[in-house]
Design a binder for this molecule. Structure first.
Ligand code: MG
Length: 353
């Protein structure tokens, strides 16, 4: 039997396939912070200025995709609260919301893990202040941990890893696509939440991709941990789904047309409720004890303690066992009983304290 020698065309085809594989491999590599630069290094090169391809739509915000969760449609702040869950003092007018200096960050009531997030923003006009003091706000994923910087970076120099579109303190944007103050700008952010194991050890870090006014400025970068001023703190374990937040940095930055598409496997909606509400639910019930740990309830039943996630202001569920709890009855918001079930049926448990 004679072995056929590969033809030159077959060799070329194989070489091309190998090249394609290598290229795909190199593209799959995640970006890491450049160790040659200090945090907020004033000598770090500025991102090149790039004019966005499409004109900004000044009059009308675009319509969200049909499967998006609309977080702000220009009418009301019903999806947003202060960080402690109380009503926010940010204001709405003329189809946008505006940060009120000193009122604090705002966060969504609903929690999100891996997601595609669309945000439109405009910095104050005329632009006042310099550097970090000019049109500063931020879009945070993972509650208040991972910031994509919002800043008036139009002809306003600041340290590169703090300019508009930076992953604050870690990655300067690949380009400066900032429009002049007062004009509407878009961020399209792809967020991959970090994962932690049962021992609260990091399994995979946060990743972010950001498109600013239609231009890619962050390409699947891998965060070292939470973003912060002066500090690169290590990761601290947190639930996969967390609220999205917007920063009050003392400037009246405006936002409109905010929507999000959840990625990954579908699941129940999750919310972060005010601690004042959760505290009304804590106590001893027949067979079950409810406690609060941070911004979450925990249920102790049959000697096992389970973290409970809110799917509405009164309904909660566990993730490791199919335990569901609903609080009801009582007065002044303090329930006198709960209904619980594990996998099937329903049981009523009266409050004992
Ligand atoms: Mg900021």
């Amino acid at each position: 039997m004679r072995t056929e020698k590969p033809t030159s065309a077959a060799r070329a085809s194989r070489a091309f396939a190998l090249f394609t594989l290598q290229l795909a491999g190199s593209m799959a590599c995640l970006a890491e912070p450049d160790p040659n630069w200090l945090d907020h290094d004033r000598n770090r090169p500025q991102p090149p200025v790039v004019a966005p391809a499409t004109p900004s739509t000044q009059e009308q915000a675009g319509k969200p995709p049909s499967d998006a969760v609309v977080l702000f449609d220009g009418k009301d702040l019903s999806q947003w609260v202060s960080m402690d869950g109380s009503p926010t003092k940010w204001i709405t007018r003329d189809s946008y919301m505006e940060c009120v200096k000193g009122s604090g960050y705002i966060r969504t009531l609903q929690n999100f893990g891996d997601c595609q997030l669309h945000v439109e923003w405009a910095t104050p006009t005329p632009g006042e202040g310099v550097g970090q003091g000019r049109g500063n706000s931020g879009v945070f994923l993972g509650l208040n941990r991972y910031e994509v910087q919002v800043l008036d970076s139009y002809e306003n120099k600041t340290y590169a890893d703090g300019s508009a579109g930076s992953v604050y303190g870690q990655y300067p944007p690949l380009a400066n696509v900032t429009r002049p103050p007062g004009q509407w700008q878009t961020y399209d952010i792809i967020y991959t939440a970090p994962r932690f194991d049962a021992d609260r050890k990091l399994v995979s870090p946060t990743r972010l991709t950001v498109i600013h006014n239609g231009v890619l400025i962050q390409n699947n970068v891998e965060l070292t941990g939470p973003t912060d001023w002066l500090d690169r703190a290590p990761y601290q374990a947190h639930p996969e789904k967390q609220p999205i937040s917007l920063q009050d940095h003392g400037n009246p930055v405006r936002f409109r047309n905010i929507w999000v598409r959840e990625l990954g496997k579908p699941g129940k909606k999750e919310f972060t409720l005010p601690n004042t509400l959760l505290d009304r639910y804590t106590g001893k019930y027949d067979l079950i004890e409810i406690t609060r740990e941070g911004s979450q309830l925990a249920a102790r039943i049959g000697g096992v303690k389970l973290a409970m996630f809110a799917e509405s202001p009164t309904r909660f569920f566990a993730k490791t066992t199919d335990l569901q709890i609903e609080f009801s009855g009582g007065d002044q918001g303090k329930p006198d009983h709960l209904t619980w079930s594990v996998g099937e049926g329903a049981n009523e448990a009266k409050r004992k304290d």
